[in-house]
Design a protein around this ligand. Structure first.
Ligand code: FAD
Length: 333
């Protein structure tokens, strides 16, 4: 096999457009490739790629491998794996960056297994060891209570990266790169499952991951109703979204999709209003990228105050309506 060289990003599309995670991976990949003085490439596989390859170059790639095939309309492990495995074997990258998304969580372990190499999932940071040129992979351990740095001497080094952990580059339309179209015969006899139906999650208002403000409630909220009234009123006023810790989702007070943390969504809004939650590390793992955390808790010793930029000690039933009313007043004046 050829010497392993360069960084390869697995590119994801959402509704035919480059997914945000892909721009984040390209930002990180560009930094690593520059440190290595090697190329950054990206694999795009879909039934229709449109302008996505040009976007990949504008966001930092030197090379794009495009695989367009009708059988790639929806992610399906058996068909996609054929594409990724073949490309990796043909191009021998040093490192492969995949998003810690539902697709990435499925694809990356399969790929690592097929290649007989290791896999570090949910990485928060990546850098290059200047002496060994190995990828230093920072990821959470002990349920998010600590972080550890891993490396693997097996090539290629495969990692998945948490969403919002990396920053994309400024989009630059003048960047030049190479687009390589690859024709692949996908062996449909190896494709053992089919997607029969895709049910899109209905989101009223702003999507949690995109919201600049999140009003998030914990177990101390006490039931489903205040999420739909007290918290929602404040979120609407701030053009934000309502989020939650895991217990409200487990109790069925809020939809499962609003649960934030290690086992839920990762968010990074400008303002995260953390109401009646203790600030457990597994929850903080999902919101620590927020620019400002404002905590409201009746217990002055609650851990959330250690994470917060601003804090109010008090019962949320009093603090939140008073805050909402004052805000309304200020916005009206
Ligand atoms: C493997 C694993 C993964 C996990 N993943 C996640 C995850 O992804 N996300 C997540 O959130 N959790 C997760 N957890 C659970 C996590 O450990 C905590 O149990 C959980 O985050 C606690 O939720 P909470 O802060 O809402 O509740 P609690 O810890 O019970 O805190 C409730 C808080 O509300 C305050 N309070 C009560 N009443 C009021 C009031 N009227 N006004 C103001 N304050 C009030 C209390 O003072 C208290 O601080 C995970 C746990 C494990 C083991």
């Amino acid at each position: 096999m050829a010497e392993n060289k360069g960084v390869l990003v697995y590119g994801e599309l959402t509704d035919g457009k480059l997914a945000a995670i892909t721009t984040e991976l390209l930002g990180c990949g560009r930094r690593l490739a520059d440190d290595l003085k090697e190329d950054l490439s990206c694999l795009l596989a879909s039934d229709m790629l449109g302008e996505a390859s040009k976007e990949v170059i504008a966001f930092g790639a030197d090379k794009v491998y495009e695989v367009e095939d009708p059988s790639l309309r929806q992610y399906q492990a058996d068909s996609y794996m054929q594409v990724v495995e073949k490309l990796v074997k043909d191009t021998s990258p040093r490192a492969i960056l995949i998003g810690q998304t539902s697709l990435g969580r499925d694809l990356a372990p399969r790929l690592a297994f097929r290649l007989g190499v290791g896999l570090a999932t949910d990485c928060l940071d990546l850098s290059i060891d200047p002496e060994t040129k190995l990828l230093l992979q920072t990821r959470p351990v002990y349920g998010g209570n600590a972080q550890a740095i891993f490396f693997s001497e097996l090539m290629p080094q495969v990692v998945t990266i948490r969403t919002k952990a990396m920053s994309p580059m400024e989009r630059d339309e003048s960047r030049k790169g190479e687009i390589i179209s690859i024709k692949l015969e996908i062996d449909m006899s190896k494709v053992r499952t089919a997607t029969l139906e895709v049910v899109k999650e209905e989101v009223a208002g702003v999507k949690l991951e995109d919201a600049p403000v999140i009003v998030s409630g914990g177990r101390g909220i006490g039931g489903p109703e205040p999420f739909q009234t007290t918290l929602k009123k404040l979120a609407d006023l701030l053009h934000g979204a309502v989020g939650a810790t895991r217990p409200p989702a487990d109790n069925g007070w809020v939809p499962e999709a609003t649960h934030i943390g290690l086992t839920g969504k990762i968010v990074a809004p400008d303002i995260y209003i953390a109401i009646a939650m203790s600030g457990a590390s597994q929850h903080i793992a999902g919101c620590s990228g927020s620019k400002n955390i404002i905590a409201i808790n009746k217990d002055p010793e609650a851990n959330i105050f250690k994470e917060a930029t601003l804090g109010v000690v008090g019962r949320y039933e009093e603090v939140v309506p008073a805050f909402t009313n004052k805000l309304k007043e200020l916005l009206a004046s």
